[in-house]
Write a new protein. Structure first.
Ligand code: HEC
Length: 160
């Protein structure tokens, strides 16, 4: 019998008869004698991870706002909140009343996490970048920056 083989047998016996063998390594200690690195399982206690940015990292510029408007229609936010976010099955995002807060981070949270009464969580589907552009667009509503505001969607009367 080779050495490796007999070692394996000794180990097998030690595993089968744990009480009969004091030399059995205690759980968690690697056979090599090195302390194993702790494996992170679930939330680990300790200092908090850095919080996501509180303010929109994107500037309220035309490119961001146009992209936000595009996403608003593309992801069917408009289907529930109305074409210009004036409200539908979902609440108006144009008015002054906010159920969950009007700060950048709060609007981001509403979109990313979803809200109890029928607002889907988009964080699982959309990258942060897209959500921030939606936030920028929502914040631009009713301002002079708003891309394609509702009154401009009405075609001007034909020139005489
Ligand atoms: C299936 C319909 C539906 C879709 C699609 C939808 N929403 Fe909503 N949304 C809602 C409803 C309903 C609420 C109110 C939830 C509540 O009262 O808990 C809401 C709430 C919100 C709020 C919070 C409003 C406040 O007053 O605080 C924001 C912001 C928002 N939605 C943005 C979006 C954006 C952006 C999209 C597209 C990515 C989107 N929603 C897509 C139905 C929808």
């Amino acid at each position: 019998m080779s050495l490796a083989c007999s070692t394996r047998h000794a180990l097998l016996i030690a595993l089968l008869l744990p009480s009969a063998c004091d030399a059995r390594p205690s759980e968690g200690v690697a056979l090599s004698g090195r302390t194993p690195l702790p494996l992170p399982v679930g939330p680990t206690p300790g200092p908090k991870l850095p919080a996501p940015p509180v303010n929109n990292p994107f500037a309220q510029d035309a490119m961001t706002l146009n992209a936000g408007r595009l996403y608003f229609n593309q992801y069917n936010c408009s289907g529930c909140h109305g074409g210009h976010a004036g409200g539908g099955m979902g609440p108006s995002l144009r008015d002054d009343s906010w159920l969950y807060g009007k700060e950048d981070a709060q609007i981001f949270g509403s979109i990313s996490e979803g809200r109890g009464h029928g607002m889907p969580a988009w964080g699982v589907k959309l990258p942060d970048e897209v959500i921030w552009k939606l936030v920028a667009y929502i914040k631009s509503l009713r301002t002079s920056e708003e891309p394609e505001p509702p009154d401009q969607t009405v075609p001007p009367p034909p020139a005489q």
